[in-house]
Structures are given as structure tokens and as C-alpha cells.
Design a protein around this ligand. Sequence first.
Ligand code: C2E
Ligand code: MG
Ligand code: MG
Ligand code: MG
Length: 279
Amino acid sequence: EAKSAGRSQIRYFNNAMRSKLKHQADIENDLQHGIKNQEFELFFQPIFTLNAPKVVSFESLVRWHHPRNGLVPPDQFIPIAENTGQIIELDLHILELAAKQLAQWQKQSLPSVKVTVNVSSRHFASLEFIDHIRTLYDKYDLNKGSLCLEITESGLIENLGLATKIIEGITPLGVQLYLDDFGTGYSALGYLHQLPIHVLKIDKSFVDQLTTKETPLIDAILSLAKSLQLEVVAEGIETPKQWALLKRKGCQLGQGYLVSKPMPSQQAMSFLVAQNTKP
Ligand code: C2E
Ligand code: MG
Ligand code: MG
Ligand code: MG
């Protein structure tokens, strides 16, 4: 009896595996078509100064208009694209969309607007990436430093020497590097000191813990950023209390549903104009 129970568990496991693999294969196939058919749209979420508040930039966040499944959020396909290697092509496509949108805004007499784009740390394993970014700045005649990048630390640390070369290669364009989800990865401080990055994004999980109680981790991150002369963005601010505490602790920049969710481009632009012309 034990044997047959074991066997049925194996069968169950195999079925679950098979359907997971099938799902991945479907997505892989659909991603290929999706890029060709222009099914991806960028949404934009404001990054703002905690003091004013004024919008200083937008984070671009991809959405997929899937022909059968509707609007698909990135968590459902970015990890799969990472596994299949399609992330390289997808990210380059997204970078192009972001550059195109940014150029359009800059022509509409909003020269100071900035956009950050999330990219896989895989790009930081090949010097070609420098040319991709340089070409985008040339092709769309982007203002210096207006297109910036968000990366997580894990992939960078594996290949520190090369990653450093690549970051230094794009720094003359004014590209700033935002270290995303800071505090959730390796956070090896020795590496942090060596990486030529400009901004730390404190992960939402730390912001969630902001109550009136002691907040040693956020305090430590803020003081670390200060001594390394890095700017800080707090991610996922949802309450006025979190905002007030972050501001009091000296965090300069924030992002979160309290101010705005990610929005389609037109709405994002109206939001910026309305917010930044307020006295
Ligand atoms: P991320 O870069 O850390 O982006 C922050 C995520 O938190 C976004 O989810 C954003 O919508 C969400 N968020 C922002 N403020 C709040 C808040 O106050 N409350 C809550 N509950 N959530 C908030 P999203 O758009 O689903 O993106 C998820 C992740 O997918 C991103 O995390 C990023 O790692 C990845 N991703 C998104 N777009 C791209 C892309 O174009 N390329 C690549 N390679 N990855 C992307
Ligand atoms: Mg990000
Ligand atoms: Mg993040
Ligand atoms: Mg994230």
C-alpha cells in the first residue's frame, strides 16, 4: 500500500512537472511572437522627492498585452525569460521602447524628464552592452543622463571586474546605475564599495516594516548610503506614516502607491505636469 501511495505521489509530481514545463514552453513561444508583434507596453511610476514632493523621474515597468491571457504582469514572464535566455532580447526591446518614449517627452518641451529601465544583470557580462546603450542615446538624441538603469546586485558580484568596466563605459553618457531591491540579496559591503553605482533602492520589504518602532535596518542602509555618497530611493511607500518617517530619517527620494501606481505613458505625463507645476 505504501508502495502504491508512493507511486501515485510520483505520478502527481510528474504531472505537476510536466504542466510546469508545458507552461514555460508556451510562454517561451509566446514571448518570441510577442516581441515581433509589439505586445509589450511600458508603464511609468513616478520617483519623487520626499520633501516637495516633485517628480524627478519615472521607473518604467513592462506589461504584456498577451493575445489570450490579457494584461500580464512582469513577475509572470521575466523569470521565465531569464531561464530561457530570452531576457537579453526582451530587455533590448524594452530599452528601445523606453528611449523612444523618453525622446518624445523631451521633444514635448520636458527636457528634464528621466526614465529608469530595469535590466537583467546578464547584460553586465558582455562589453557589447556599452554599444547598445550608446547607440540608443545617439539614435534618439537623448539628453545626457536621462535614461538610467536599474539592476539587482547578484549578477554583478559574480563578474565584478567586467561589470565595473561596463558601468564605466556608459557613465560618460551620464547613465546612473540604481541598485534595485537593496538589502534582499547578497549586500556584501565590500563589493558595494567597489561597484560604480549611484543610487540605492531600499526594498519594499524594509519600508513595510516602518512603524514607530525601532528601524535599525533602514537606519543602517541610510547611513551606509550617506558615507558612500549614494542617493537613496525608498520603494513601495503606501502610507503617509512611512513617508513621514523616511523623510525624517533623511531619505531623499521615494516611490509607491501612496503617490501613484505605474501608469500608461500619457497619464504619467499629465501626472508629472500637474504635480510639478503645483506651487
Ligand atoms: P522592481 O524593479 O523592484 O519594481 C517594483 C515593483 O513594485 C513593481 O512591480 C511596482 O509596480 C511595484 N510597486 C511599486 N510601488 C508599490 C507599492 O507601493 N506597493 C506595492 N504592493 N507594489 C509597489 P511590477 O511592475 O509588477 O514589476 C515587478 C518586477 O518585474 C520588477 O521589480 C522588476 O524586477 C521586474 N521588471 C519590471 N519591468 C521590467 C523590465 O522592463 N525588464 C526587466 N528585466 N525586469 C522588469
Ligand atoms: Mg526596479
Ligand atoms: Mg525593486
Ligand atoms: Mg523587484
